[in-house]
Design a protein. Structure first.
Length: 426
């Protein structure tokens, strides 16, 4: 019976993670289509809708689903480290997972520049953590293993990239502990990925590209793209960390004393950017990124900078939503700029791919996860070595701008906030 209970958790849990991840993916797609339809029919509606939506999302999150704010990855990391300082249920629970799904879809429907991949990590970790205490699943080691497996399964199911899920567990979730590639963790990742694969098919987020890059002629492109993406990602991380600690001056006092009005202000800022860019900055950024990757000159030169600002304001608002997909979109915009400035350096699609991986590595400081995600999501296995080298250069360049990793810094700040009953905003 003991073995049945243990096996039950490691079989049923990943299936639930995969099903919820697929449901969130489908809901996010519908929400994005709704936002696109509303914006197309009423171009100035976001100026009214988004401030109200951001304020409402922030209110619901704070009052009904505390702990569901932000991407969710810092919560999963913090839950690995809590020991006796706080109750893990303030960071991971089925209630939080339910709120995360609803509010992430709501944010995308409103047009927030957010993604669903980070939220799926917290959802997966919450689902697996709910099995703690059942049968032999007791103790600190079992608790960490459940969180680790659930978070990795969330990435695998969200991106449809099982290998990236395992690497994410190694680089991010277990960076403070020795990662044990035991059968439980691997089964969780593989099963959740199979659920996603069977229901959604073997899709690629950003299409496919046959672009290649020769090492002898492309070494300079790798260095340039790695530095450009790494510095950009490091800047984003630094601004995110700074905003999580509280903005200086009047803006900081306003955000602390009137959080819902602050969220509305952030929503208005994203709406203004959306109106100026014909809606390009709204949502995850999948479509504009695919356009940039497949066709040179498909997007305006300011797309990368505008998406950067829209993602920063969406995150600063304190609403649920991830930064993985928007970061890849920002990277695509920057890559398009680099390719336009240095057209002879490498093929356009190759440079876009490289900067996407570089920017994500600069933001997350997880280079191996970043290049694997890019390789699997665009079916660019032939770009393995250039992507790997670029991501490693970008991670090093990011440290010049932001010394501490984003997710772990936010997780550390979340622990004392959560112990007081008010989880941090990110």
């Amino acid at each position: 019976m003991t073995y049945w209970h243990k096996g039950w958790a490691w079989l049923i849990g990943p299936l639930l993670v995969g099903l919820v991840a697929v449901g969130l993916a489908q809901g996010s797609e519908e929400a994005t289509r709704l936002n696109r339809a509303l914006w197309s029919a009423y171009p100035y509606l976001p100026l009214l809708l988004m401030p109200a939506a951001f304020a409402a999302l922030a209110w619901v999150c704070r009052n009904w689903f505390p702990g569901a704010q932000g991407s969710g990855i810092p919560q999963a990391i913090a839950a690995m480290e809590v020991h006796d300082r706080i109750q893990p249920s303030s960071l991971l629970s089925l209630r939080i997972a339910f709120g995360k799904v609803l509010l992430t879809i709501g944010g995308l429907a409103a047009g927030a520049s957010i993604g669903r991949e980070g939220p799926t990590v917290q959802i997966g970790a919450s689902i697996m953590h709910a099995f703690r205490g059942r049968g032999p699943l007791n103790g600190e080691q079992q608790r960490r293993t459940l969180i680790l497996a659930g978070g990795a399964a969330g990435i695998a199911a969200a991106f449809n990239t099982p290998l990236a899920g395992i690497m994410f567990a190694i680089e991010e979730l277990s960076s403070q502990h020795v990662f044990k590639a035991n059968s439980s963790t691997l089964i969780t990742v593989v099963l959740s990925g199979l659920v996603s694969l069977s229901l959604l098919g073997n899709y690629t987020y950003f299409g496919t590209t046959a672009t290649t890059l020769d090492w002898r002629s492309g070494a300079l492109a790798i260095v340039v793209c790695g530095i450009a993406g790494g510095l950009g990602g490091g800047l984003f991380s630094r601004l995110m960390i700074r905003s999580s600690a509280g903005l200086p001056g009047r803006a900081g006092r306003f955000a602390r004393s009137r959080p819902y009005a602050w969220a509305a202000s952030c929503g208005l800022g994203v709406a203004l950017l959306g109106v100026v860019t014909d809606g390009l900055v709204f949502g995850t950024g999948y479509e504009p990124t695919r356009m940039t990757l497949e066709q040179s000159g498909a997007l305006p030169w300011y797309f990368g900078a505008a998406k950067f600002l829209a993602t920063l304001m969406s995150s600063a608002a304190g609403i649920p939503g991830g930064i993985f997909a928007p970061s890849l979109a920002v990277g695509a915009g920057i890559g398009d700029n680099v390719a336009a400035l240095l057209p002879a350096l490498a093929p356009h699609s190759a440079m876009v791919l490289l900067v996407m991986a570089a920017y994500l590595a600069g933001v997350t400081r997880a280079p191996l996860t970043s290049f694997i995600i890019m390789m699997e999501m665009t079916d660019s296995h032939h770009m393995l070595m250039p992507l790997m080298a670029t991501a490693l250069i970008a991670s090093a360049a990011s440290k010049l701008v932001c010394r501490t990793p984003l997710y772990h810094t936010l997780a550390e700040r979340m622990l004392p906030a959560a112990s007081a009953g008010t989880p941090g905003r990110h």
